[in-house]
Design a binder for this molecule. Structure first.
Ligand SMILES: Cc1cc2nc3c(=O)[nH]c(=O)nc-3n(C[C@H](O)[C@H](O)[C@H](O)COP(=O)(O)O)c2cc1C
Length: 374
């Protein structure tokens, strides 16, 4: 059965497309572009094509753009090539052009600050002699190479935390509207949160709350750098690229032990990375989605994401689909912002079409689209 037609029974999504204030941000609607790595920044510098890619989404009505992951200015953050860096004059000049382009089109934007942890191995840029760094000696998550990550020293931990703060301060200085800290998907911050990858025997490990120490110190350092009012989004996920069945918390209470310290440290917005927005986070408890639980546990506004606008979530090719899956969590107030990834990558005009119910005109997603930036 086609899900493309905007039938008479289509749910009321007015609230999604109406202006809103969330975490102090005046948004023209509640739709965000999800962070998506595009690997079009040679030498770590986002060029005019990157600025234009984001500007087009802002011009076509996206309320908030979350940038692709961008490396904090520390050599150990790097693994994948052609990822933009958030540091150094040439890259920051590129980012300044990006935010000016997005603002000129009426959009708001956060850079997503990224350290790839054990996805790095020695031999990689920008310093081939530097191995991957992680909380513990973990299997290389990207290449599966035999060389495990080197557990970080106290000095390296301090330097990496300082690099997050520096990038956030630069983001504020350049005019970005907030920052997002990538604490999800098994990268460095998540490696500290997850017991499987954090096997330290010092003060950076312990129970769930104690394992948030690294994330919390990153947040506190950023908060010190940007002041009390600058929005800080924290993206977390149960799943890891190393293990899609992994969980930070098996129960709401356990998840609370992770999220509450983050809120206390100064996070203003929780971005709950799930692959299917509509799925209950703890089915044995209720139908509530992860965004709903994160909000209930912390009182913070939330961003929900996963599989919106696509008929086959989780696949490399998907057709456009209605937004019916969003209706229940929207109505129940479980999220404040809806992030849309592949549907917006495929179709810069997705928001306009979704708002107008022009579902038959939406362009579906195909992995081949990753080869170009348009
Ligand atoms: C090409 C691509 C690149 C991605 N890169 C990132 C990234 O840099 N940071 C991140 O947190 N998530 C990343 N993601 C995950 C998306 O932000 C999003 O959570 C996921 O695609 C699910 O949303 P969707 O079903 O609307 O696409 C990426 C996803 C895709 C498809």
């Amino acid at each position: 059965m086609s899900t493309l037609s905007a039938s008479a029974e289509a749910p009321d999504l007015t609230r999604l497309f109406a202006p809103a204030t969330v975490a102090g941000l005046s948004l023209r609607n509640r739709v965000a572009m999800a962070p998506m790595s595009r690997y079009f920044s040679p030498g770590g510098i986002p060029g005019a094509d990157v600025a234009e890619y984001y500007r087009r989404r802002a011009a076509a009505g996206v309320g908030l753009i979350l940038s692709e992951g961008t490396y904090i200015p520390h050599a150990s953050a790097h693994s994948y090539e052609n990822v933009p860096v958030f540091g150094g004059d040439p890259a920051l000049a590129g980012w300044k052009a990006v935010i000016e382009a997005v603002h000129s089109a009426g959009g708001l934007m956060f850079p997503q600050l990224w350290h790839t942890g054990s996805f790095r191995t020695s031999g990689m840029a920008p310093d081939p002699s530097l191995p991957g760094l992680g909380p513990s000696a973990n299997t290389n998550a990207f290449t599966g190479a035999e060389e495990p990550t080197r557990p970080m020293t106290e000095a390296e931990i301090a330097d990496v935390i300082a690099a997050y703060a520096q990038a956030a301060g630069d983001a504020q200085r350049l005019g970005f509207d907030g920052v997002e800290v990538h604490g999800a998907h098994g990268y460095l911050i998540d490696e500290f949160l997850w017991s499987v990858t954090n096997r330290r025997t010092d003060g950076w490990n312990g129970d769930r709350r104690e394992r948030t120490r690294f994330a919390c110190e990153v947040i506190r350092a950023i908060r010190d750098a940007v002041g009390p009012d600058f929005p800080i989004s924290f993206r977390f996920s149960q799943w890891k690229q190393q293990d899609y069945k992994a969980k930070l918390g098996d129960t709401p209470q356990e998840l609370g032990e992770v999220l509450e310290p983050l809120a206390e440290a100064g996070v203003t917005l929780l971005h709950c990375s799930t692959r299917r927005i509509w799925e209950p986070a703890f089915p044995e408890e209720s139908d509530m989605t992860m965004a709903g639980w994160a909000k209930k546990l912390t009182g913070l506004p939330t961003i929900a994401v996963g599989g919106v606008g696509l008929d086959r979530p989780g696949l490399n090719t998907a057709g456009a689909a209605s937004l019916d899956v969003v209706a229940s969590p929207l109505e129940r107030g479980e999220f404040d912002i809806l992030a849309v990834g592949r549907a917006l990558l495929a179709d810069a005009h997705w928001v306009e079409k979704a708002e107008a119910g022009r579902l038959d005109q939406m362009i579906g997603y195909d992995k081949a689209m990753l080869d170009r930036l348009d």
